[in-house]
Structure formats: structure tokens, C-alpha cells
Write a protein that binds this ligand. Structure first.
Ligand SMILES: Nc1ncnc2c1ncn2[C@@H]1O[C@H](COP(=O)(O)OP(=O)(O)OP(=O)(O)O)[C@@H](O)[C@H]1O
Ligand SMILES: [Mg+2]
Length: 360
């Protein structure tokens, strides 16, 4: 590897806004803006955010070969004691995402400290920047080394500082979606941690969109697109390192944004329709217990605990339990014993989100 130039500081010294990139850029912006607008009008935004982040946590972890199912996931999310380890990792990923979102909103910046905090939650351990040499990125299929990230600690820190400045620069000229692609490459190429760089980097992506106000809530995730176009993802990252080929990489990320924005928009519409349809059904069939708050509680996650209804509606445990039993009788919810507690699954919501997760 001697003789090869190391990783360059940002910004890249080539023209990024090529014709091909600009063409794709306007499409990506259009659908992203549509998604932001639509999500902003939803009566309860948490419903969409929660549904989408479950799929993202699942997909992003799947890239790392942590495979779990929605059914294992809601059990883990409901906080039962015996949790399948893969599901636990996915739940950690989701927690990391929420924490990152909270921090970016609070600080209005996206810093190395935030990277570390996210990373720490994902891997459930301390998140020290690499000091021991020997980390290499290997092509899983061929076993060949595709990238050797910087090994010197000071060099890693210098590159991270540079990345942090690039992310938070005010009055920047370069389009934020182009910068998203640059940031993702650079973070992965620096590879600051021993492990978990992919997952941390994918969370940084959505946080950057929020920082730049391209979204108000964390609802756009590229992991599903990356799974569907995985070989290309790795190949294009490598091409930036080897040939300084930014154009193809940026184009890939921009397409990922477009496809994902369209897909998420579709899901948002379906969820909204489902919520309204079920609200009408409840009004008709269970007029005695119907309220908007009840609808919102049972759509907040795939599963609802008795205590969720109790707290959300400020009713007694007995009343809450009675409401859920009635919802089960009309077939909207299905109860399940998980560990010591009983949870109620929102069958239709689960079905919808599962189906959407298979698309793309
Ligand atoms: N040639 C390359 N140049 C730069 N980064 C790369 C290259 N090939 C892969 N990567 C990045 O390295 C990540 C994997 O790193 P690491 O194992 O630390 O993260 P992870 O979160 O554990 O894994 P994964 O991303 O597979 O879930 C990939 O997701 C990708 O973003
Ligand atoms: Mg890994």
C-alpha cells in the first residue's frame, strides 16, 4: 500500500456539481421536500417516526448480519427479560437513533461527541477512537482488503475535526444532499472506531438531514436501499478511495434519497389512511370507548401495554385493560403474553409496516 496517498481532508478538490449530479439532485430534493411536507401535516407525527425507525433499526442491523424479525423486535421493545441478542442489538440501534436526534435538536450541531455517544449506545460499550493499528475493511466475498483506514491516532482525530467542521460549516455553497454523500464516504473511510462504523454512519446520515432542515423528524433511512444495492455500495465507496470518483458515489446516494423518500411517502400515506379508517371503525363499533387519544395510543407502536393506555388516557388500570379487551374482540388488536406482561399487538399496523419493509 506504500505510495498511495492517504485520506484527503474535506472538501474534495474536484467539481462535485456535475451535470449528471445536478439532474438527479433536483429529483431527490423534490421527493424529500414532499415527504417533509406530508409528514409535517400528519396529526400524530410519532406514529410514522416510530414505525419507520423500527424498520430502519432492523435493516441497518441486517447489513451487519444481525438478523431479527418484527415479532422478536416488539417483544424486545416491550422490555421483557429474555430477549434474543439480535433483537437487543436492534433495539439499541433504535435507542441510539433517538438519542442522536435529541442531541442534534438540542445542540443544533452534529459533532464528534455526538458520534461517540451514538456509537456507545449501538455497541453497548465505551466508544474509544482507534489507537491500535490493524483495522482493515475486507471484501466479505473475496477476503481481499479493500480499504485500510488511517492508523495513526492523531491523524484520525485531525480527519474527524475536519469532518466536523465540514458538517457544521455555515453559509456553505455546496448543496446539502451532495454533502451528505461526501460526509458518509468520509466518515466510513476514516473508520474511527474498531467496529460499528457502518451503523453509526447511517445514523449520522439522517441526523445531518435534520441539521440541515431537510427533514423535521428522523424518517428517511437509506439502509433498505443499501441492502438492495449492496455490491454497488461497497464498489462505489472503493472507487472514491482509488480513483477519486465522486460523481458515481454522489449519484448513488442521491438516487437512494429519491427512492427512499418516495417509498417512505407511500408508507406515510398508508399509515395515515389506516389510522383514519380504524378511527371510523371504532366510532361505529365501539362508540362507548372511542376517543382520538385511544387511537393515537394504539398506533404509537406495534404493541400496546395496559400501562400505555392507562397513562395516555388517564384512566384506571382496570378501564385500560377493559378497552384493550374490547379492541381485541373486534379483531383490531391481538393479545400476547410476553414474559410476565401482556401486550396487545396492532395487527394491521404490523402487517403494513412489514409489507413496506419488503419493498424497494
Ligand atoms: N471501500 C470502503 N471504503 C470506505 N468505507 C467502506 C468501504 N467498504 C465498506 N466501508 C464501510 O465500512 C462499513 C463497515 O464497517 P464496520 O464493520 O465498522 O461497521 P458495522 O456497523 O459494524 O458494519 P455494517 O456497516 O456492515 O453494519 C460499511 O457499512 C461501509 O460503510
Ligand atoms: Mg462490523
Amino acid at each position: 500500500m506504500a505510495g498511495l496517498p492517504g485520506l484527503q481532508l474535506l472538501p474534495p478538490e474536484v467539481e462535485l456539481e456535475t451535470k449528471a449530479v445536478l439532474k438527479q439532485l433536483s429529483r431527490s430534493h423534490r421527493y424529500l421536500a414532499e415527504l417533509k411536507g406530508y409528514a409535517g401535516l400528519l396529526p400524530n407525527k410519532d406514529i410514522l417516526v416510530n414505525a419507520v425507525t423500527v424498520n430502519e433499526a432492523k435493516d441497518s442491523s441486517e447489513i451487519e448480519n444481525i438478523v431479527t424479525t418484527h415479532d422478536q423486535l416488539y417483544k424486545a421493545m416491550a422490555g421483557t427479560s429474555q430477549v434474543d441478542p439480535a433483537a437487543r442489538e436492534v433495539v439499541n440501534y433504535r435507542r441510539a437513533l433517538w438519542r442522536g436526534y435529541q442531541l442534534v435538536q438540542e445542540k443544533r450541531s452534529l459533532t464528534i461527541n455526538i458520534f461517540k455517544e451514538i456509537h456507545k449506545i449501538i455497541l453497548e460499550n465505551d466508544s474509544r477512537i482507534r489507537r491500535v493499528p490493524g483495522t482493515k475493511i475486507i471484501n466479505q466475498a473475496s477476503g481481499e482488503v479493500v480499504h485500510t483506514p488511517p492508523e495513526d491516532y492523531d491523524e484520525i482525530v485531525r480527519l474527524l475535526d475536519n469532518l466536523e467542521k465540514y458538517i457544521n460549516a455555515a453559509g456553505e455553497e455546496t448543496d446539502p444532499l451532495i454533502k451528505l454523500a461526501v460526509i458518509h464516504y468520509q466518515f466510513e473511510a476514516i473508520h474511527p472506531f474498531y467496529d460499528g462504523n457502518g451503523r453509526t454512519g447511517r445514523i449520522i446520515n439522517v441526523l445531518y438531514l435534520i441539521l440541515k432542515e431537510l427533514l423535521d423528524s428522523p424518517i428517511l433511512y437509506l439502509s433498505r436501499y443499501i441492502i438492495a444495492n449492496k455490491a454497488e455500495y461497497y464498489r462505489l465507496l472503493q472507487q472514491v478511495s482509488e480513483d477519486n470518483n465522486w460523481e458515481a458515489w454522489i449519484d448513488y446516494i442521491l438516487k437512494a434519497v429519491e427512492v427512499t423518500a418516495r417509498n417512505t411517502l407511500k408508507l406515510a400515506r398508508y399509515i395515515n389512511e389506516l389510522v383514519e379508517e380504524k378511527a371510523e371503525e371504532l366510532k361505529r363499533e365501539l362508540a362507548n370507548i372511542y376517543s382520538r387519544e385511544l387511537i393515537e395510543v394504539i398506533f404509537n407502536e406495534f404493541y400496546t401495554r395496559i400501562s400505555d393506555v392507562q397513562e395516555g388516557l388517564e384512566v384506571t388500570r382496570k378501564t385500560a385493560s377493559n378497552y384493550l379487551s374490547q379492541l381485541e374482540e373486534i379483531g383490531l388488536m391481538k393479545s400476547e403474553q410476553v414474559g410476565r406482561q401482556k401486550i396487545y399487538i396492532n395487527r394491521e399496523l404490523l402487517k403494513l409496516v412489514k409489507a413496506n419493509n419488503r419493498q424497494l
